[in-house]
Ligand binder design. Structure first.
Ligand code: SAH
Length: 225
């Protein structure tokens, strides 16, 4: 293992090469939005994975994190971020902070990100990471993401990063008219698809995007940590 220069926050030259390889892989896989690719490049994923996983930080795969959860695969993070069609003025809500990696990517591309996590352990870890990276446009809270964040609504965009078994109607209710919500939705057979909902004046429309595999969106706040 080559020694990493201290304090550069990315794990050294080797990690930089891996990050560049990851970005090239994302481009080859069809991610076209250069702002999204630049955001991924700016967020050192190595800071968001468990210490035991640092060697895999720039592999294009989901990895286990505390509390039996996962940090999403970079391709899926890039894809969802691209499909959200963000604007620098937007206020965005994320459900399922987890490692905080997706939150940090969103924070590069919009005005403010609100994020909700049901495990306090994960939330505290993520908040420490945001502070260490001086990401000051993120507000995080422990809570049940199914309820959204009424006090801060409406949101221009909402991203759910855990799989729901029903359409997230309460969250759609917290979007501006014309706002988008992307969520993995689980069908009767256990298969999951990303679905993009667009709020209209009177209701909403929906489009199916990719097949995916996310941990489930749980009811309520976690009883322990
Ligand atoms: N965006 C995260 C994904 C983490 S996995 C990342 O890339 O690291 C999904 C997360 O959703 C888990 O941390 C899980 O605890 C959280 N979660 C599940 N149900 C929830 C709910 N009802 N409210 C808030 N968070 C929830």
């Amino acid at each position: 293992m080559a020694a990493a220069p201290p304090g550069d926050g990315t794990g050294g030259a080797r990690a930089d090469t891996r990050l560049i390889e990851l970005i090239m892989g994302l481009r080859n896989a069809g991610i076209r939005d250069t702002k999204v690719l630049a955001a991924i490049e700016r967020v050192p994923r190595v800071n968001y994975v468990d210490a035991a996983q640092t060697g895999l930080a720039y592999a294009d795969r989901a990895l286990p994190i505390d509390c039996g959860q996962t940090i999403s695969q970079p391709y899926i993070v890039a894809y969802m971020t691209e499909q959200l069609r963000l604007d620098p003025m937007f206020k965005v809500l994320e459900i399922g902070t987890g490692s905080g990696y997706q939150t940090a990517v969103l924070a590069q591309l919009c005005r403010r990100v609100y994020t909700i996590e049901r495990y306090r352990t994960l939330l505290r870890q993520a908040e420490r990471r945001f502070a260490a990276s001086s990401l000051t446009n993120i507000t995080a809270m422990a809570g049940d993401g199914n309820r959204g964040w009424g006090a801060q609504a409406p949101f221009d965009r909402i991203l759910v990063t855990a799989a729901a078994s029903e359409r997230p109607l309460e969250l759609i209710g917290q979007l501006v008219i014309g706002g988008l919500l992307i969520a993995p939705i689980e069908g009767a057979g256990g298969e999951q698809h990303l679905v993009r909902f667009t709020k209209t004046e009177t209701a909403f429309s929906e489009e199916k995007l990719l097949p995916v595999r996310f941990v489930p969106l749980q009811p309520g706040i976690a009883k322990q940590d």
